[in-house]
Design a protein. Structure first.
Length: 94
C-alpha cells in the first residue's frame, strides 16, 4: 500500500514545501540574523540547541502531519536542506 501525501502537502510543489520548511526554521531559530538557505547549519549558523531542535521537530511534525521523526535520523541532520529533504520524503510518503 502506497502512502498518500498529507492534506497539508497535497497539491504543493517541492519548492513550496521547501520554502515553508525554511520559513519555519528561521522563525523558530534562536539566532536568525542574516540570510539562510539549504546549506545553512542548524547549530552553527542558526544557533539551534537541543531544546530548540526539539521544538522545531514538533512544529514540523504538526505543520506537515508527519509521523514522529526517528531519533537516529534526527541526530544525522545538520543542515536546513537535510530537514527539507526529510519533510519532503515523509510528506510525500516515499
Amino acid at each position: 500500500m502506497t502512502e498518500q501525501p498529507s492534506a497539508l502537502t497535497a497539491g504543493k510543489s517541492e519548492e513550496e514545501i521547501r520554502a515553508s520548511v525554511l520559513a519555519m526554521i528561521i522563525d523558530l531559530a534562536p539566532d536568525a540574523d542574516g540570510e539562510f538557505d539549504a546549506d545553512s547549519l542548524l547549530v552553527e549558523d542558526l544557533g539551534y540547541h537541543s531544546l530548540a531542535l526539539m521544538e522545531i521537530t514538533f512544529a514540523l511534525e504538526d505543520e506537515f502531519d508527519l509521523e514522529p521523526i526517528d531519533e537516529n535520523a534526527a541526530r544525522k541532520i545538520k543542515t536546513v536542506g537535510q530537514v527539507q529533504d526529510l519533510v519532503l520524503q515523509q510528506a510525500r510518503g516515499r
